[in-house]
Ligand binder design. Structure first.
Ligand SMILES: Nc1ncnc2c1ncn2[C@@H]1O[C@H](COP(=O)(O)OP(=O)(O)OP(=O)(O)O)[C@@H](O)[C@H]1O
Length: 300
């Protein structure tokens, strides 16, 4: 592609091949995360450098494996879509981005062997079409334990399995697992009057890995993927406070083309209408920013 790059844009107007769809931009991701995502300093710090290093490496040692953790509505799916958009032109709609939802794609525990075979075949097929494929495994806490280990051979640095192609792929696991540990740490920081921005990834990484490995309701329960340290980054999403919810309301108003001049009281009303925990301090939104749009509909 280096040699024919002058012809690339012309060619890509006529084609939607993998090379044309793939246009990584760590700078674009950084900008999006700074502008659009609230209260998640660890996500920004971790993802931008990781994505930059991975996409700029012409020959990665292994595929990039990310695991997103946190309470509901804190931005895991949202950040996934921003990340994917920074890699593939068509974002989540790209034919090189594949999302698996256990309750939809793997509903029956008794069919686990069939699912394992299908999954391996599906991933092999897609990697041979596009080495830069992205595979997203949503709701990992609802996945039958054992199933995910079927994809273990794709996540390591074996050089024999699929030539070089598969080492440029990306795998993203998303779950609520570890949310309690994350929330407890943020609460402890608050009680100690420490800034939540001072929380470091190292404070949480091993807690998250242990939480998913030890929980019987996690798709990673006793998984070799965790045991053999095939996950490159555990990415914690912190619980959102009232001010973050306010920012979500403000951005929702803007996205609907509504004037913020009218919005001061309205923002306050929506923020107050959300539920907060823990009961005695009411610090964090129970649903993050997830229900902001629906609440706003009610007040408009
Ligand atoms: N940290 C955030 N910054 C800005 N907007 C956010 C944030 N978190 C959530 N939102 C908003 O709330 C919506 C719902 O969030 P999202 O679906 O990403 O949550 P989630 O963490 O994936 O939740 P769940 O675990 O329930 O699937 C997003 O589309 C976005 O509009």
């Amino acid at each position: 592609w280096e040699f024919i790059s002058p012809f690339r844009s012309m060619y890509c107007q006529l084609s939607d091949c993998c090379h044309c769809d793939y246009h990584p931009s760590a700078d674009g991701l950084e900008l999006d995360l700074c502008r659009l995502v609230y209260g998640q300093h660890l996500v920004k710090e971790t993802l931008v450098d990781t994505i930059r290093d991975f996409t700029e490496n012409p020959s990665p040692r292994k595929p990039l494996v990310l695991s997103f953790h946190g309470w509901s509505g804190t931005g895991k799916s949202y950040v996934t879509s921003l990340l994917v958009k920074s890699l593939h032109r068509d974002g989540m709609k790209s034919r090189y981005v594949h999302q698996f939802v256990p309750t939809l794609h793997f509903p029956h525990a008794s069919h686990i062997q069939v699912y394992k075979d299908d999954l391996k075949r599906w991933i092999t097929g897609n990697l041979s079409e596009c080495g830069r494929s992205v595979f997203i495994f949503d709701e990992m806490d609802k996945m039958h334990p054992g199933l995910i280990d079927a994809i273990k051979p794709f996540l390591g640095n074996s050089h024999v399995m699929f030539g070089t192609n598969y080492r440029k792929a990306m795998f993203i696991f998303v779950s609520n697992a570890g949310g309690d540990q994350i929330n407890q740490l943020v609460l402890d920081f608050w009680k100690d009057r420490k800034d939540r921005e001072d929380i470091k990834l190292a404070d949480l990484e091993s807690k998250l890995s242990a939480a998913v490995f030890n929980s019987q309701s996690s798709g990673f329960w006793n998984s070799d993927i965790i045991n053999e340290e095939l996950v490159d980054r555990f990415v914690p999403f912190l619980p959102l406070k009232r001010k973050h919810v306010g920012e979500c309301v403000r951005s929702e108003l803007l996205s609907r083309g509504l004037s913020l001049g009218l919005g001061g009281d309205l923002i306050e009303e929506v923020v107050n209408a959300m539920s907060y925990f823990p009961e005695e301090h009411k610090l964090f939104s129970k649903t993050g920013c997830k229900t902001v749009a629906a609440k706003l509909d009610f007040y408009l």
